[in-house]
Design a protein around this ligand. Structure first.
Ligand code: FES
Length: 101
């Protein structure tokens, strides 16, 4: 399966772009030399995440996640939990979610 997430040119140099994903949302962003796509879902209780000062932070109870590793760094999300990253592939000018290829 392959599903277009966004144009590469639309991914900001800093921060994230939030794109729809089958009725949910994904944060797409640049991290070091790669592009990451993380589900916009807090690992505590499913709240939305906001990009703040280089982290993804949940406004509901202040859990925070490292944007590079996905690891929970603060808050009530369980220790050892991490963001849900999507498998992606760049083709031409576009970023795709890919599964089972
Ligand atoms: S739902 Fe995100 S910190 Fe509670």
């Amino acid at each position: 399966m392959k599903h277009e997430l966004c144009k590469i040119a639309d991914i900001p140099r800093a921060g994230t772009i939030v794109v729809p994903f089958f009725g949910r949302e994904v944060h797409v962003y640049r991290s070091e030399d790669t592009i990451k796509a993380a589900a916009n879902v807090c690992l505590h209780f499913g709240g939305p995440l906001e990009c703040k000062e280089g982290r993804l932070v949940c406004p509901w109870h202040n859990a925070a996640f490292d944007m590079t590793t996905g690891e929970r760094t603060e808050g009530p999300a369980p220790k050892g939990s991490r963001l849900m990253f999507l498998s992606t592939r760049i083709e031409g000018d576009d970023l795709f979610y890919v599964w089972g290829e």
